[in-house]
Design a binder for this molecule. Structure first.
Ligand code: RI2
Length: 311
């Protein structure tokens, strides 16, 4: 990973120069590791305070993807109990390394597990630009399966352009469609694979705006709808009743200044919510599971920490 300071990292996550739920988590974690790596003070109280400030900056950069929250908390785990600054620094660096390694491995594993759900001759659809969903599609193709992919443009950021570049360059038969073509194209599709920004304890998916229209259209056309998600995109806070904040971004992502009258309002939510009943399965690094299994995975992962988070 490239070395970057906390302020630059937070700014680049905020303006989406760095994007994708998994990537923002790995980059945020890496910035915290670099922050402690260059920390010169030896006063534990000051260190904790400075680390807390750095953590807040990273967490405040984007509100929806829980991967960032989970990554940062996994990285800072144990700092409170550290004897001195030196021990705390080593711990943060070790936790960060482990998170980044496991996260990268999880995307690969999801590819291997999910590829088994793609048959030779399948036509699949994907939305936005998810490294987990692309890992599944590309692994199936590398296994020699003849597949076709429909990828949505994903306005307003057009992450679909990244997706079709990636798939097209890999040699996969890829077709780009505009977001409003989803229902029309669904009749040609066998399976849908999308990523996740957050999955709640009751199996609801929060992902790029437009995901729910793929899920609804897939349901109507009896097409299987799969979510490709590392388990650090499962939200612990939702266990205790918290809801997921849906990020809203500026008007300038949709229209240029002066293009429409100032009196017209712009509403630009960048994620939407897909109910569990439209999800056939969630493909994780721990295996293929139903949305109903998310609660158990969260409880197991949290273990005794569950009570700390509750407070
Ligand atoms: P991976 C992206 O959000 C998309 O919503 C995508 O489905 C999700 O993150 C997961 O991406 P954005 O950062 O972690 O483009 O699978 O707003 O790469």
């Amino acid at each position: 990973m490239v070395h970057m300071n906390v302020d630059d990292t937070a700014a680049m996550i905020k303006d989406m120069t760095i994007r994708g739920a998994g990537k923002i988590a790995r980059t945020g974690v890496s910035a915290l590791s670099d922050f402690v790596g260059s920390y010169e003070g030896r006063d534990m109280k000051a260190f904790r305070k400075d680390l807390e400030k750095a953590k807040k900056k990273i967490l405040d950069s984007r509100p929806t993807a829980v991967s960032l929250w989970n990554g940062v908390h996994a990285t800072l785990k144990g700092v409170e109990e550290a004897k001195d600054v030196g021990e705390a620094i080593s711990l943060v660096q070790k936790n960060a390394r482990e998170f980044i390694e496991n996260s990268t491995k999880a995307v690969e594993l999801i590819g291997k597990i999910g590829a088994k759900r793609i048959q030779d001759g399948d036509t699949v659809m994907t939305h936005c630009n998810s490294s987990a969903a692309l890992s599944v599609i590309k692994t199936a193709y590398e296994q020699g399966k003849h597949i076709k992919v429909y990828a949505t443009e994903s306005r307003p950021w057009r992450q679909g352009i990244l997706t079709v570049n990636d798939l097209g360059k890999a040699g996969i038969d890829t077709t780009l469609v505009i977001d409003s073509a989803v229902r029309t194209v669904m009749t040609k599709v066998d399976k849908v694979f999308v990523g996740a920004d957050t999955i709640t304890s009751h199996g609801v998916l929060v992902n790029k705006i437009g995901t729910s229209q793929l899920a609804l259209s897939a349901n109507e056309a009896r097409v299987q709808f799969y979510v490709c998600s590392e388990t650090y995109k499962f939200s612990p806070m939702t266990l205790f009743g918290d809801t997921v904040a849906i990020e809203e971004r500026g008007f300038d992502e949709i229209v240029k200044k002066g293009e429409i009258p100032d009196s017209v309002k712009i509403y630009n939510p960048v994620f939407d919510v897909t109910p569990a009943k439209y999800i056939d399965a969630i493909i994780t690094e721990l295996g293929v599971m139903s949305p109903g299994s998310v609660y158990d995975v969260l409880v197991r992962q949290l273990g005794e920490r569950i009570f700390q988070i509750k407070e």
